[in-house]
Design a protein around this ligand. Structure first.
Ligand SMILES: [Zn+2]
Length: 454
């Protein structure tokens, strides 16, 4: 008997555990992804009500200030099994949304903007007149994909991701989340695992949803430090006499530690000549690079310490070059930024009418659910531990740990994810939406009173 069994009360517990395991095996669903699995997921688990409440932003209530057309003006798009792509879908209620998803069983659901008019009726407005068809609201979104980091990681490439390179996504969440909250004052931010190789961010504050394309581009520009291109060894250029406070904070609070304590060794950034040459190319001083190159080529250290030792030598040499000024010391930061700083898909964030995959979709290649990630403990997030479809269906069959509510997801390992979404994201969001609706309604009432009293 092991320690855990003793603590759990001995033999009785052991039998229960065996029974549960037996039931789990009997009800196990073969791994994979197919339309039948997806049907069962949409039939029993997908959190329709939470999605509807989120995208209604308080407008589904009874308050006279609610805009009951709001949800119905939102574009959804469905990608079906046979790659048929249905754009401009819209729904007037949670049951319409639920029925359409259950009926069409989309392999992917994307969320677009809220338009000036119901997007499914857009053709009626295309003739001109007052009701032009145009996007009026959209969450500010960010899309970060690990395949954009291929020159900064050696463990995987393309769509592959492992626990050695996933910290690059953790870094991105930490840096962007802090800036969105502290520098831009946003507070309703949802991070979501994309199901395979990256993360999505939805900024849902009213003032974020109403940003125009120009303002979105300005925010994206705030985050931009990459001035190079595919052919340039220098991906980062930190110009000016002093770094922007946002970059200083990102460097000292996140990037430096992740670079020196994790990625330097886990990615073996200085392992061999090919790799260290890539880093030396970022130093615009021939005397420094040739000295380091000479040392490293002649001194073959053991593999464990080689990355840290070479990084220390590089830093010491650059920092000691006082007569050559700031530029060389700035190289140290540029190297750290090159290997750690978030790489955003700018186009996704810049345009209001860009679509982004909905949370709680299932990725067809991995079968994993696009679950929310809590930015407060994002370093604990493990993409390989995210619930997969077959596992959830097995848990439904077992019913071994069914929750208290009516929701089927409550009894599955998706339960914690939906609860996090509901309690940490949705509840505070809806509270501030209600306040906003109340405030703007009162202001309108006051305004009409004033105009009557004239
Ligand atoms: Zn990897």
């Amino acid at each position: 008997m092991n320690r855990e069994e003793v603590e759990n009360g001995g033999d009785d517990m052991l039998i229960d555990r065996d029974e549960i395991e037996q039931r789990r095996l009997e009800n196990a669903v073969p791994e994979g992804f197919n339309a039948d699995y997806l049907k069962a997921y949409y039939g029993k688990i997908f959190p329709y009500v939470d999605m509807f409440k989120w995208l209604s932003y308080g407008n589904d209530g009874k308050h006279p200030g609610c805009d009951h057309s709001y949800f119905g003006r939102r574009e959804f798009s469905f990608t079906l099994d046979n790659d048929i792509y249905l754009r401009f879908q819209s729904f007037n209620s949670v049951s319409e949304l639920e029925n359409a998803i259950k009926e069409k069983c989309p392999f992917k659901i994307d969320i677009g903007p809220v338009y000036s008019v119901d997007p499914s009726k857009r053709h009626a407005y295309s003739q001109g007149g007052d009701n032009i068809f145009t996007p009026v609201e959209k969450e500010l979104v960010f899309d970060i994909d690990i395949s954009d980091y291929d020159d900064a990681r050696y463990c995987c490439s393309g769509a592959d991701v492992c626990l050695e390179c996933w910290p690059l996504m953790t870094i991105a969440i930490k840096v962007i989340d802090t800036a969105l909250r502290d520098d831009f004052g946003f507070s309703h931010i949802l991070w979501v695992y994309s199901g395979r190789r990256g993360v999505h961010c939805w900024v849902c504050d009213g003032k974020a949803r109403r940003l125009n394309n120009e303002q979105r581009a300005a925010i994206v520009d705030y985050f931009r430090v990459y001035k190079g291109n595919e052919n340039s060894s220098k991906k980062v250029s930190l110009v000016g006499p002093a770094l922007h406070p946002f970059l200083v904070r990102s460097h000292t609070e996140v990037l430096k530690d992740y670079f020196e304590k994790r990625l330097l060794s886990s990615q073996n950034l200085f392992l061999n000549e090919e790799r260290f040459e890539k880093i030396l190319e970022m130093i615009p001083d021939e005397s420094v690079t040739s000295e380091l190159r000479g040392r490293w080529l002649s001194n073959k250290r053991s593999r464990e310490e080689i990355n840290v030792a070479r990084w220390d030598q590089l830093k010491n040499l650059l920092q000691s070059n006082k007569q050559k000024g700031q530029g060389l010391r700035r190289c140290i930061e540029e190297i750290v930024f090159t290997f750690t700083y978030p790489r955003l898909d700018m186009e996704v964030s810049k345009h209001m009418n860009h679509l982004l995959k909905a949370p709680f979709c299932v990725h067809p290649k991995t079968g994993r659910v696009c679950v929310p990630i809590n930015p407060k403990n994002c370093e604990e997030f493990n993409p390989s531990a995210v619930p997969i479809l077959s596992q959830l269906l097995g848990e439904l069959n077992t019913g071994g740990f069914k929750g208290e509510g009516d929701n089927e997801w409550d009894g599955t390992s998706l339960g914690d994810c939906v609860r996090y979404f509901r309690e940490s994201f949705l509840q505070p969001l809806l509270k501030s939406c209600k306040e906003e609706i109340e405030t703007s309604y009162n202001a309108k009432v006051q305004q009409s009173r004033n105009s009557i009293s004239w």
